[in-house]
Design a protein around this ligand. Structure first.
Ligand SMILES: Cc1cc2nc3c(=O)[nH]c(=O)nc-3n(C[C@H](O)[C@H](O)[C@H](O)COP(=O)(O)O)c2cc1C
Length: 369
């Protein structure tokens, strides 16, 4: 059988990934004052044994106002750093899977209830809520009572710095890769989209101006994170709304990020506007990853409804993307990479405690840590 492309090594800066399967960031809404706890150890610990190449920690707030909910993980002080360092230290004792983290600020989508309690946005006066901020004073829901405050120049400096300091903390906690969250309608995406950015200053208007703040934040993070460790950016390639952000603008931004030293681009879509109409289906975001890949040399990650082993293999094999990321797919089947390797006749890394668990009908499936 020909060698599976999905299980080829890839090197990103000084980081070697064992295959092309990435665990996408997934918010757990289970932190206390931004601190990880034993849920994160169980959840991330489980995924760290899956045989994927990289585990990405959920959207992590760089400052308390930047949380989506009161239960988001953060990295804004010594306590949040200590909690994360402890969690990662435990995982590292038993798994050598590289660990990335997504750094985020929710902007106008901040201050909401956790999803399983309805996810509604809190009034800033509510004991669990706070006042939100955004590039412009435009709420997520048209006519909503809760309007974000437009950020001024000093605020931008503070937020940029918070991203950089959080990147430093992430490295201290043992994180191997930082991903900047500029997708799904959160603050950096709000700067990119003409629907949410109506600023009159040098951070709004033309595309050059709208990409300015996200690029500045990227540069600050790149400068703060150790030079040998990679930095990635997650982008929404379209808003799926008339008049919103479109692919051609993301191509320009992708090239700007590559020129600024970005190591990986992770291409998603949507999340900015309640009127979005997403034609979701298998691989529906892959054409956007393919388009980005045609204009940059750095590796590109595709994500979204990738569930099949042959589907994943084809995305890598045809060159549509260099890696695939899985979210729901790997929660549904935490050993998805094992099954993919078995199906494609490849090998997968496994903890030594599981070596004897190799299913009888798959010979030589497991590689020891
Ligand atoms: C429970 C859950 C939490 C998520 N949290 C995040 C997040 O923290 N950051 C992010 O960029 N995307 C987040 N997403 C989106 C996923 O990373 C992914 O892009 C999306 O689910 C599509 O991949 P899938 O079809 O494999 O689920 C989340 C998705 C799920 C299901």
């Amino acid at each position: 059988m020909a060698r599976a492309h999905l299980f080829e090594l890839i090197r990103i800066r000084n980081l070697t990934l064992a295959n092309r399967i990435i665990i996408a960031p997934m918010c757990q809404y289970s932190a206390e004052d931004g601190c990880m706890n034993d849920w994160h150890l169980i959840h991330l610990g489980k995924l760290s044994l899956s045989g994927a190449a990289l585990l990405t920690i959920e959207a992590t707030a760089v400052m308390p106002e930047g949380r989506i909910t009161y239960a988001d993980v953060g990295l804004w002080n010594d306590q949040t750093l200590a909690a994360m360092a402890l969690t990662l230290e435990s995982i590292r004792r038993w798994s050598d899977m590289p660990i990335g983290i997504q750094l985020s600020h929710a902007g106008r989508k901040a201050s909401t209830e956790v999803p399983w309690k309805g996810g509604a946005q809190f009034d800033p006066a509510h004991e669990l809520g706070w006042a939100t901020v955004a590039p412009s004073a435009i709420p997520y829901h048209q006519g909503a009572a809760i309007v974000p405050a437009a950020l001024d120049r000093d605020d931008l400096r503070v937020i940029r710095n918070a991203f950089a300091v959080a990147a430093t903390r992430a490295s201290k906690a043992g994180v191997d890769l930082v991903q900047l969250h500029a997708a799904h309608g959160y603050l950096l995406h709000q700067f990119l989209s003409p629907l949410t950015n109506r600023r009159q200053d040098e951070y709004g208007g033309s595309l050059e101006n709208r990409i300015r703040f996200p690029v500045e934040v990227f540069e600050a993070v790149r400068a703060a994170f150790p030079a040998e460790k990679p930095v990635s950016v997650r982008l929404s390639a379209t808003d799926w709304v008339e008049g919103g952000l479109e692919l051609d603008q993301i191509l320009t931004l992708s090239q700007a990020l590559e020129n600024g030293g970005c190591d990986v681009l992770h291409i998603s879509t949507g999340g900015l506007h309640p009127d979005q109409r997403i034609p979701a289906g298998p691989s529906y975001q892959v054409p956007f990853a393919r388009a980005v890949k045609q204009v940059v040399k750095i590796p590109v990650v595709a994500v979204g409804l990738i569930t099949g082993y042959d589907q994943a293999e084809a995305i890598i094999g045809t060159g549509d993307a260099d890696m695939i990321a899985l979210a729901r797919t790997i929660i549904f089947d935490p050993n998805w990479p094992w099954h993919a390797a078995a199906h494609l006749g490849a090998k997968v890394r496994v903890a030594r405690q599981y070596l004897r668990s190799q299913p009888g009908r798959y010979r030589d499936l497991f590689e020891s840590e």
